[in-house]
Design a protein around this ligand. Structure first.
Ligand code: LLP
Length: 429
């Protein structure tokens, strides 16, 4: 029998998300379908917030919008008191639409163009710069109210090499000398409030990388404060907090994580004379991953001499993580929760590429056409990484709260596939 964690429940062998049967959602909205639980988002946010703020009260969570940019998700987190971490003008635009005030939005752009920099300055959000050239271009257009510098501490980590963002060879952030120069330039230009930032990677379930990198960040902060006679309003340790995906995966030990990070922070604040800054973190996955499932219908069972495929209607256009990172997502057969795993399947999508496999060699109950599968832990980097590849319209998203259901994104239509296309005039007629 499947051991399910909240917001999922096994009710007489059938999957419920909060108080709603998965089958009912699939019937009402069709498949593939992303479903996200409001209670779980709030629960994760509060668990993290309490763990930190009990140890250091000048603490703030910036929800990392890239994990899930649905406006309803952003509104829930705004309501909880979060600020938001954004990485593009588009994310700033959506965060503003969701009700975040400019002073609640931190923008971390990766050496973007002038148009984007102008938009960012005009919106009045806090800016986290990635390089000296980016800073110099930014200051040509205006002076941000709050400026921070992304530091490459060279201590990276992550669930896959593509998501490790700090190392000697990483494209992100500045080293100590460039950072010193950046703060000097920004101070002379008239910036009044400063922060300092790191983000070392994603999907990290060990505490040590955060501590090693955090130590380096604080040393660099000391050097900057001493040499430039300035202080920081916030020190941002980034996101990257991992969640378990496989049943046997270890959770990040929140208690140890918080006590070690806050312990380091507090001790170095006094030792390094860093004043009284706020402690910030910017998790995405930790808050939303476990709140989301993807419902997908079995279209066919195809049996080859050495392989059994379950073909479903969600491919890597809908959920990219398995194809892109070889990521594991647990799968349950929503209408067979009390049945024992009996056969080994590759769960395959409809995309015309051999890499379009959501799960490889997975033991699942014996399935047949029409069964409804739930792919778990897809609330982060699920919909937000989806595409229209193979001209497949993107799916709908539904929010569940108790027994309440709301459609929070309509499924796209064929019309959406060509909405922005124009036919060259010489081809017309
Ligand atoms: N802050 C910055 C500056 C980031 O670049 C990221 C993620 C985060 C915060 C939030 O990281 P999180 O807490 O969610 O790990 N698509 C990949 C993950 C890429 C993360 C990129 N940056 C995946 O599906 O695993």
């Amino acid at each position: 029998m499947e051991a399910l964690k909240s917001p999922l429940k096994n009710v007489n062998g059938e999957l419920y998300i909060e108080n709603v049967p998965a089958v009912k959602l699939a019937e009402k909205f069709g498949t593939p379908l992303y479903v996200i639980s409001e209670s779980k988002i709030r629960e994760n946010y509060r668990r993290l917030y309490e763990a930190f703020s009990n140890r250091y009260d000048k603490f703030r969570i910036l929800y990392s919008a890239k994990a899930n940019t649905n406006i309803s998700v952003l509104k829930i987190l705004h309501d909880e008191g979060a600020y938001v971490d954004t990485v593009s003008a588009g994310e700033v635009y959506i965060a503003l639409k969701a009700g975040f005030k400019p002073y609640e939005i931190l923008y971390t752009g990766i050496d973007v163009g002038d148009l984007e920099l102008k938009y960012i300055l005009d919106s009045g959000v806090m800016v986290n710069v990635d390089s000296l050239p980016q800073l110099n271009r930014l200051l040509k257009f205006g002076i941000p109210e709050v400026l921070s510098v992304r530091i490459n501490t060279e201590y990276g980590a992550g669930h896959h090499e593509y998501v490790v963002t700090a190392s000697k060879f990483a494209k992100f952030g500045m080293n100590e000398n460039s950072a010193l120069e950046a703060y000097r330039i920004a101070k002379e230009a008239g910036v009044k409030k400063f922060g300092i930032h790191m983000h070392i990677g994603s999907g990290i379930t060990e505490v040590t990388p955060f501590i090693k990198s955090g130590m380096r960040l604080l040393e660099i902060a000391r050097k900057i404060c001493t040499e430039l006679g300035m202080s920081f309003d916030f020190i941002d340790f980034g996101g990257g907090l991992g969640v378990p995906y496989r049943p046997e995966d270890q959770e990040l030990d929140l208690d140890i994580f918080c006590s070690r990070l806050v312990g380091l922070f507090r001790s170095k604040l006094s030792e390094f004379s860093l004043g009284n800054p706020e402690l910030w973190i910017e998790p995405g996955r930790f808050i939303v991953a476990e709140a989301g499932i993807l419902l997908t219908r079995v279209n066919a069972i195809k049996i080859l001499p050495h392989k059994r495929f379950a073909f479903v209607d969600a491919g890597f256009n809908v959920l990219l993580r398995p194809a892109m990172y070889g990521a594991y997502h647990h799968i349950v057969v929503t209408n067979r929760l009390n049945e024992k795993p009996a056969e080994v399947y590759d769960v395959a999508g409809p995309i015309c590429e051999s890499g379009d496999i959501i799960a490889k060699e997975r033991m699942l109950p014996k399935m047949c056409e029409g069964d409804l599968l739930a792919v778990l832990n897809v609330g982060a980097y699920g919909f937000s990484m989806s595409s229209q590849y193979n001209s497949r319209p993107r799916p709908a998203e539904v929010l569940v709260k108790g027994d309440k259901i709301a459609l929070i994104r309509e499924a796209e239509t064929f019309e959406d596939l060509i909405r922005r296309q124009r036919v060259a005039e010489w081809l017309e007629g």
